[in-house]
Design a protein around this ligand. Sequence first.
Ligand SMILES: CCCCCC(=O)SCCNC(=O)CCNC(=O)[C@H](O)C(C)(C)COP(=O)(O)OP(=O)(O)OC[C@H]1O[C@@H](n2cnc3c(N)ncnc32)[C@H](O)[C@@H]1OP(=O)(O)O
Length: 428
Amino acid sequence: LWTLNKGLLTHGRGLSQGSQYKISEPLHIHQVRDKLREIVGVSTVWRDHVKAMEERKLLHSFLPKSQKVLPPRKMRDSYIEVLLPLGTDPELRDKYVTVQNTVRFGRILEDLDSLGVLVCYMHNHNHSTKMSPLSIVTVLVDKIDMCKHSLSPEQDIKFTGHVSWVGNTSMEVKMKMFQEKYWPVLDATFVMVARDSENKGPAFVNPLIPENKEEEELFKQGELNKSRRIAFSTSSLLKVAPSSEERNIIHELFLTTLDPKTISFQSRILPPKAVWMEDTKLKSLDICHPQERNVFNRIFGGFLMRKAYELAWATACSFGGSRPYVVTVDDIMFQKPVEVGSLLFLSSQVCFTQDNYIQVRVHSEVSSLDSREHMTTNVFHFTFMSEKEVPLIFPKTYGESMLYLDGQRHFKSMSTPVTLKKDYPVEP
Ligand SMILES: CCCCCC(=O)SCCNC(=O)CCNC(=O)[C@H](O)C(C)(C)COP(=O)(O)OP(=O)(O)OC[C@H]1O[C@@H](n2cnc3c(N)ncnc32)[C@H](O)[C@@H]1OP(=O)(O)O
């Protein structure tokens, strides 16, 4: 069943829909997770999850010792189209609709995550095995950019996606979303990693061969993206000091908050139309029940993103005083898997603002039920836009100043400056 698109693909030129490939029949959104279950051979009920994982151990022998023995694939091999029929399916619409009659962006994040994984399985499809020996997990949401079109819960949505670059064990996936006669509404780049059948060690992925100039460009961009990610993480403020320009920014912010009536570094006052960073925090706790597990019996990355996004939205909403719209999701790194049964602690705070923009950071930690030790699993970055100008944000401590600079770096990395439009309602 999971050879879904084989034979259906034609190498057309339908670039108006964001891809050069055409497919006769898009998958229904429900089929994406069904297919993932078939490919991984996962248990449909939690009671059987240990047995299903035992069976996956046997697939270990299908894993190659080197990438060289794997046949190269083309971008069209992994290309899929998926339909989210909100317009015609009222029951499905209820799952996606907000009280303001817009589409829940958190749900879209979940769909993108599942779609990204399916795209990678298409790329690595091996005809000799029914189930895949690979466990594919999300390691990074590199970027999600919203375009300036409204998402209506009364119209169908179409997703497309394909692998655009591969390393040894990692793959970059490009996904797009269309609505209203298939206007592009969203652009996403994820990085997925292949692990062995038990999700314990790395596994090689099929090489990728670009077929034409456009694909060569995409592939080259994938290489550049990799270098950019390495450069960004090497210059992380957790590793190196801020630049001299950034140090000046922090000192200026500090001076602005000193009380001119006292000659002291201690008495700090807030300038007008400003908020202390520490006063923007919101926190949440979730128990990670089996229902939220992914096909590898860990907590589904899409669920974590939805929870983090909804908390970030609430943070931006209570800070900005008006309804905020998400414009960019940036650099979500999945550092550690979240085990079923964990306690998930999310803490969100505004870390940078400019004009109408609010940069929110969500830090996610887990602890097991019987241990008090907390472990960071993700850091999420969201850029929101508010209808009116928002207050300035001021850090008090050195740690908060680093959060401010990190927020500013993420804000500056936003690829397209977005201007506020009334018909742009993307909400949780
Ligand atoms: C419905 C089904 C949905 C399933 C999807 C999910 O829900 S997944 C659930 C959410 N995600 C997770 O739980 C994943 C949690 N994270 C992890 O388990 C681990 O971080 C990891 C296994 C992904 C990576 O671990 P390590 O970094 O130690 O592994 P390793 O160093 O071997 O790197 C593996 C590959 O990932 C690449 N890699 C690592 N970090 C990266 C980053 N920030 N950005 C880009 N690529 C990165 C490396 O270059 C390498 O690719 P090359 O070998 O090409 O050089």
